[in-house]
Design a binder for this molecule. Structure first.
Ligand code: GDP
Length: 440
């Protein structure tokens, strides 16, 4: 998602670089390109107009035009406005402190990703120390309760199904069940329909009155484009909701719906879902997503994921050795493993400034990492721990063992040498970032 928008915005803004001074005409031209890029990405036209007016006004201000780096200032304005378009601040779930259990109700059309989002949200809350219970109140889609139960079993999160017929009864009983089984938050999966209809709205309204949820989140499929906004409007008028979960953000839609939801409905996007796996639900950080769209990378999220994996797994002695940047080939293997955990090399590169371009040019080959692993597995313990001892003869033996050419082994050793150097250089700033995020 956002690939082509990202490319067009970067081209429009890139054209300003290299110009020492900017005129009003330069700004107008760049803003015209930005406007077209947004419209082409299917962003709602009213949202685009407001964006354009605000951004042009800010870019034409004397302090931008007369600054020493006017092009950078224009990029900053576009970044700020995109961030605002996405809601500005990160918005989290608001669960009342003194309520037991808390209730989060998910609503949305059939197929929007509601049932899977319930499980993903439960998983996220569990990882934050909560004890969720899932309530299966979608009694119309025959497989919904079974699907929720399967997901619950996989994640070790209980599911309340009640009689499987009466959504209102299941919902209210689930609260008592949560209390008696010491569950502190109930996540309610409600019925969807193919289209909005009165019966569905009535049911949602009754559930809302009976459950008094802390949060009602609407699940919107990012792939359905502008239609998503009409659906959200209908829900907002009849049932009202507190925030949005935007699902299927990993798809290849143009992204306009994602950029329009906040301004057209007035409701914040609280979470985005980036895949089918349970851990693919993430809080939306508007500033980080805006940076990604502008090709500036998202190192903050990457470092956060890395620190999380590191906190979970890195042993003290390894941490000590790495702190002194004494990297060996076991660490190299470990890095591979961590990169896979973060989401693979594509995600890693995508988070680097300009990384999205590298990915879309098809130059990134995940298989290289598998080959590297095979080669390292063909080495002895000593060779992995003290790679400097690997001479020409040993390289030939390792190549034969791994079924690759000596050139492949040479390439790996070269990469290892470069990485060791890079880690030595980067270590102070990485440590600083890790400390920063550990402190929260
Ligand atoms: P419901 O009818 O709203 O409950 O929808 P489901 O939760 O059953 O989801 C419908 C389909 O969309 C399922 O095949 C899900 O696996 C898939 N899905 C849900 N969220 C995502 C997502 O973020 N990315 C992708 N690629 N697929 C998703």
């Amino acid at each position: 998602m956002f690939e082509s928008l990202s490319q067009r915005l970067q081209n429009a803004l890139g054209a300003l670089r290299g110009k020492g001074r900017l005129t009003e005409a330069d700004i107008a031209q760049a803003m015209r390109e930005v406007r077209l890029a947004l419209l082409e990405a299917d962003v709602n036209f009213k949202v685009v107009s407001r964006f354009s007016i605000r951004a042009t006004e800010r870019c034409s201000a004397a302090e931008v035009l007369n600054s020493l780096t006017p092009a950078q200032n224009v990029v900053k304005v576009v970044l700020d406005e995109l961030t605002d378009m996405l809601g500005g601040q990160t918005q989290t779930l608001e669960l009342a402190q003194n309520k037991h259990p808390n209730v989060v109700m998910l609503v949305g059309l059939q197929g929007s990703g509601k049932t899977t989002a319930c499980a993903k949200l439960a998983y996220l809350l569990k990882s934050q120390g909560k004890r969720p219970l899932l309530a299966a109140c979608d009694v119309y889609r025959p497989a919904a309760a079974d699907q929720l139960e399967t997901l619950g079993r996989e994640l070790d999160i209980p599911v309340y199904r009640g009689d499987g017929h009466n959504p209102l009864a299941i919902a209210t009983e689930s609260l008592a069940h949560a209390t008696s089984t010491m569950r502190d938050v109930v996540i309610v999966d409600t019925a969807g329909r193919l289209h909005i209809d009165d019966a569905m709205m009535d049911e949602m309204y009754q559930l809302k009155v009976a459950l008094e949820p802390d949060e009602i989140l609407m699940v919107i499929d990012a792939m359905i484009g502008q239609d998503a906004l009409n659906v959200a409007h209908a829900f907002a008028e009849k049932v009202d909701f507190d925030g949005v979960i935007l699902s299927k953000m990993d798809g290849d839609a143009r992204g306009g719906a994602a950029l329009s939801v906040r301004e057209t409905t007035g409701k914040p996007i609280k979470f985005i879902s980036m895949g089918e796996k349970p851990d693919s639900l993430e809080p939306l950080h508007p500033d980080r997503l805006a940076r990604r769209i502008l090709g500036m990378g998202d190192m903050v999220s990457l470092i956060e994921s890395a620190v999380k994996v590191q906190q979970d797994e890195l042993r003290e002695e390894e941490a000590q050795r790495l702190a002194h940047a004494d990297l060996n080939l076991n660490d190299f293997l470990e890095m591979n493993k961590q990169i896979k955990k973060i989401g693979g090399i594509s995600k890693f590169i995508g988070a680097l400034p300009g990384g999205d371009r590298a990915l879309s040019s098809g130059k990134v080959d995940e298989k290289i990492f598998e080959r590297m692993e095979t080669i390292i597995f063909s080495m002895t313990k000593e060779e992995r721990e003290k790679p400097d001892c690997i001479n020409g003869r040993r390289r030939a033996r390792i190549a034969a063992g791994a079924g690759v050419s000596v050139t492949d082994v040479n390439q790996l050793m070269k990469k290892y040498g470069e990485t060791r150097k890079m880690v030595r250089k980067m270590m102070p700033s990485l440590q600083e970032s890790a400390e920063h995020f550990k402190k929260g």
